[in-house]
Design a protein around this ligand. Structure first.
Ligand code: ADP
Ligand code: MG
Length: 437
């Protein structure tokens, strides 16, 4: 790394409120790679997106707050550029010395980013001698800064990417059994594919949140005014049938907390899911369901959890999510593997201060789900797997000469670790439809 200019893609797409970072998990997660590069004597040009500016400059989506947070975390000043490209940026990059870093402004301010425009990618690539992709949360996107630049530079993955891939592939390939998936959150749509893939892997599926409501409808209950998706009922039925055929136990809520309105301070009560009242909303699981979950998890050795069990943003309806978080922490303490994915689920754990107890917190929302579905993520697929026993992916490094005429450095002789393993799951079309990210 000594003396190399590293173009590093990270995922600093953090939730902001009034210009303040609400949850800095993704910035923290990028620190090990950034430190390793700086300590190794590289100069680092960091790229990230933030939000969806759709190719225009949006002042509220500038990366300065992320740079300030990173500065605090690594205690090295992190300057930002006013634009990802341009004369000022060219100049700032040229002046970087070993051990120094720079954060390019939000790459999505350029329309070329999401279009994966080769000209835009080539300009970005001119800022580095090598490309390191550590943006797991954006790995399911084939954009200029995640995929396009890999056509011009020798490409590697970072430590976070490696850790994510390892944790998630272990779940798919060699989970300690029994293995349980807990799926909650608002909607089934966007989770159908992962539910289908998981049914083929797990011994137990626990349903909660709005997702469970759709499954309750699929098994003939009426859910009153609760959130559920009528269009997904057939899919839910298909998943239940698949579970039955494979002998996978599915735990649906037996009781729930119903509320007059989905707001703070509203009237609420516990009822059986056999008689959910017509004009109420089910907003949390009830005590009998929580007990059933606790019991079902007792023998479990591997847990994958995505999606809160209720409307946890309202404290009265966060009980089941909180209880499950406690059980998950106890299980992890006792040696079980507990992997939690999903922004809201992790936010719930952070509220409780027990996030760090889990074996692995996945920083990718849509990316984690697509990985678990068994799809190849474009941001991983562009990193050559030469030397791996699974040479299934094309080597995309095509440009021996960098823009500007300087010869690109030779690919390192050391063979990269095989990090993309052939999925044991069914092949699926690698389309770009993902409602989650
Ligand atoms: P994650 O971000 O962890 O993947 P999701 O985004 O899928 O989770 O779902 C989180 C959202 O689901 C939360 O905003 C929560 O309020 C909502 N939710 C959970 N249970 C219910 C429910 N019973 N009714 C309506 N919304 C729910
Ligand atoms: Mg969410």
């Amino acid at each position: 790394m000594q003396g190399q200019r590293v173009l590093l893609r990270v995922d600093f797409n953090v939730p902001l409120s009034d210009g303040k970072i609400v949850d800095d998990s993704r910035i923290r997660a990028a620190v090990p790679t950034i430190k390793a590069l700086l300590d190794g004597g590289a100069s680092v040009v960091i790229m990230s997106h933030l939000g969806r500016p759709d190719g225009r400059v949006v002042d509220g989506l500038r990366l300065r707050p992320a740079a300030e947070r990173l500065t605090q975390l690594i205690r090295v000043n992190v300057p930002t550029t006013g634009d990802a490209l341009g004369v000022g940026t060219d100049d700032a990059v040229r002046r970087l010395r070993p051990g120094e870093l720079l954060l390019l402004e939000n790459v999505r301010f350029h329309a070329g980013e999401e279009r994966n425009d080769p000209a835009f990618a080539e300009r970005l690539a001119s800022y580095g001698d090598v490309f390191v992709n550590d943006a797991f949360g954006a790995a399911h996107r084939a954009h200029a800064s995640t995929v396009g630049v890999a056509a011009y530079l020798p490409s590697y993955v970072g430590l976070l990417m490696e850790q994510e891939v390892e944790a998630l592939s272990n779940l798919l390939e060699k989970p300690a059994r029994p293995f349980a998936a807990i799926v909650g959150g608002g909607k089934v749509s966007g989770k159908v594919a992962v539910l289908e893939a998981l049914i083929k892997k797990v011994d137990l599926l626990i349903l909660g949140g709005g997702v469970a409501n759709t499954f309750l409808v699929a098994s003939g209950r009426s859910v009153g005014k609760s959130l559920y998706e009528s269009k997904m009922v057939d899919d839910a039925r298909r998943i239940l049938k698949l579970a039955q055929d494979r002998g996978v136990r599915v735990l649906r809520p037996v009781d729930g907390v119903v509320a007059k309105e989905v707001t703070r301070g509203t009237e609420f009560k516990v009822v059986s899911t056999d008689k959910l009242p017509a004009s109420w909303h089910m907003v949390d699981l009830g005590p009998a369901s929580i007990t059933a979950i606790r019991e079902a998890l007792a023998p479990i050795k591997t847990i994958l959890w995505n999606g809160p069990l209720g409307v946890f943003e309202i404290p009265s309806f966060a009980v089941a999510t909180r209880e499950l978080a406690k059980v998950a922490a106890e299980k992890a303490d006792a040696g079980a593997t507990v992997v939690v994915g999903g922004g809201d689920s992790i936010a719930a754990l952070r509220q409780l201060g027990i996030a760090e107890k889990m074996t692995h917190l996945s920083t990718g929302g849509g990316a984690s789900l697509e990985f678990l579905e068994g799809r190849d993520l474009p941001g991983l697929a562009v990193v050559p797997t030469a030397g791996s026993p699974y040479e299934t992916l094309p080597i995309v490094y095509v440009a021996p000469v960098k823009p500007g005429g300087k010869a690109a450095p030779k690919r390192a002789a050391a063979k990269p670790k095989p990090i993309i393993k052939p999925s044991a799951l069914d092949d699926e079309d690698d389309d770009e439809s993902d409602p989650l990210a």
